[in-house]
Design a protein around this ligand. Structure first.
Ligand code: NAG
Ligand code: NAG
Length: 334
């Protein structure tokens, strides 16, 4: 049972309302309430938070505590703001129980498995200082109501949401509170987590040269670095060499650091006649590897298929594309 649970991923279906969004950082919390007796092992209430598309913590109604999902979050667990943060989840766990029954009545559902989700958070651009908030509610995977932060009012696309939007739009004090929250408090939390992450993550790249076989391309692999800005250059006899180079994209590692590759595809005799060096520059420092340091690699250098999939699905939201997204969260408790 435990083995099964530990491998299980919670899959959340959510339809996003498009919002114009180009901030460089995003801090998003998703609450999921599933009513009644459902599939064993899936908790009634769960809360997942992501920072820049990566899950940072997990809470649910069965374990009743916050599980850090990044090493640097462990520092948060021992800090001052942790109590406040956990209490919010405990409170929401109580109110969501009632919310789902009210929603089921509004949709005339007397039984069956139903879900209520709320996804809210903010984006913040560390260059311009611009920020943006959002708050979206869904029922059974469909949009229910959402906050239009600019107009400061709730909107709905379904008849069943009208009672709620009317009620919430009449509460000016609550709307003002939300405005303050999305403009200031939410951004404060975001910055707080960015700071924790940065201290823990600032790391130099580990560089290695890999080759599958004698006639395969040589891959220069830089990994475990943070922040993500990096340049990888090939040098041929001391000169920059750009031909036959296949530069990969920066990819996230599961621990919040990054990796990038640059492959050089040339015939074996070229290697012997010339001196090739891979040069990696990161945070003002230079790291070099020469071809006599090639390691024999048989396995792929790409890791984290699951994390990559999540990021590929989540990122379109950050650029404001209206899509049905499937978020796969790791609910493993350890
Ligand atoms: C959920 O419950 C809280 C507390 O009763 C209430 O303020 C809120 O409006 C409810 N949300 C929905 C979607 O009905
Ligand atoms: C790498 O491994 C392959 C297959 O095991 C072997 O044929 C080759 O000689 C090895 N190359 C080096 C540089 O060790």
């Amino acid at each position: 049972m435990n083995g099964f649970l530990s491998k299980m991923k919670l899959i959340i279906f959510f339809i996003y309302i498009p919002f114009v969004y180009s901030a460089s950082h995003a801090f998003i919390t998703t609450y999921t309430e599933i009513n009644g007796q459902t599939i064993a092992g899936i908790p009634e209430f769960s809360a997942v938070t992501t920072l820049d598309g990566r899950q940072i913590d997990y809470y649910d109604s069965e374990i009743k505590m916050l599980i850090p999902k990044q090493d640097w979050m462990k520092e948060f667990i021992s800090g001052d703001r942790f109590k406040e943060y956990t209490e919010i989840r405990e409170r929401v766990q109580q109110t969501n129980k009632i919310n789902i029954t009210v929603l089921m009545q509004q949709f005339s559902h007397s039984h069956g498995v139903h879900t209520y989700q709320r996804m809210y958070g903010c984006g913040w651009d560390d260059e311009t200082g611009a920020s943006e908030g959002f708050d979206q509610h869904g029922y059974d995977g469909e949009d229910y109501v959402a906050l239009d932060v600019k107009q400061l009012r709730y909107i709905t696309a379904v008849q069943q949401g009208v009672i709620t939007t009317n009620k919430w739009n009449n509460d000016r004090a609550q709307l003002e509170f939300l405005k303050q929250y999305y403009q200031h408090e939410c951004v404060n939390w975001l910055q707080h987590f960015l700071k924790l992450r940065k201290v823990d993550l600032e790391r130099a790249p580990e560089v290695s040269l890999l080759q599958k076989g004698p006639s395969s391309p040589v891959v220069c692999h830089a990994t475990s670095f943070y922040p993500s800005e990096v340049t990888i250059t090939w040098l041929k006899n001391g000169q920059e060499h750009h031909e036959d180079v296949d530069l990969g994209e920066v990819l996230p590692n599961e621990d919040g650091t990054f990796q990038k590759t640059s492959s050089l595809n040339i015939p074996p005799d070229e290697w012997e006649k010339n001196q090739f060096v891979c040069e990696v520059q990161h945070q003002g420092r230079t790291f070099r590897k020469t071809v006599d340091e090639i390691k024999n690699n048989t396995k792929s250098v790409h890791c984290c298929g699951f994390i990559e999939a999540v990021i590929r699905l989540v990122l379109p939201v950050l650029v404001g594309v209206a899509t049905v997204n499937i978020l796969v969260y790791d609910i493993t408790s350890y």
